[in-house]
Design a protein around this ligand. Sequence first.
Ligand code: PGA
Length: 221
Amino acid sequence: MKFTLINDIFGDYKNSCKYVANEIEKQLNKKPNSTFILPTGSTPIGVYDELLRRDLDWSKATTYNLDEYLNCSIEEQTYTYFMDNMLFNHINIKRKNINFPTDGDLSYGFNVDLCLLGIGTNGHIAFNEPGSDFNSETRVVDLTESTIKDNSRFFSDINDVPTQAVTMGLKPIMSSKRIIIMGKGVNKKDILLKALHGDVTEKVPASILQKHKNVEVIYCD
Ligand code: PGA
């Protein structure tokens, strides 16, 4: 395992997002047909904002999103809508190169060049909730109560929060050549520390990252 905790260098959220956007830009310049795993949630919004300030050529790139709700009755809350709004509608990526786990492709997201992750307060990455098999593939999952509660901040009524999702498994995530995980806000500090310095256990899904050779961890308040 090699991981670098770079919050001391970048400090605040804006600078952290600039760093991540720079890394994505470098990857695209080095290899125009790069593959990326991308997250949704509040944490990566600043990264997508930063990317839109740059004139990048996404025409040969491929993206795989980490997860998508099942049976979400509010279109604006779907992760497909989020990604269109935050990124895809504003860049020259080809629609056929945008992938969501709801597409049902079993080889979904393997061996990507750069994987960007957030982390849930319960230690989930994507919707791999505590107890997820470290060898898990892309699949349908039930969301835990804590995730439903966390995500209810985006909905006007907690009863509208979907209870199921399709998530990329831990196995394809771990097959990424490089992973950057971001945690924003004090409520992510303890779980990041537990995941990265505590026991490697399926009870804390993000702890699997300790087994990866190339992970960077960005924490900012
Ligand atoms: P957040 O979600 O970025 O909205 O905090 C992260 C996650 O649950 O994976």
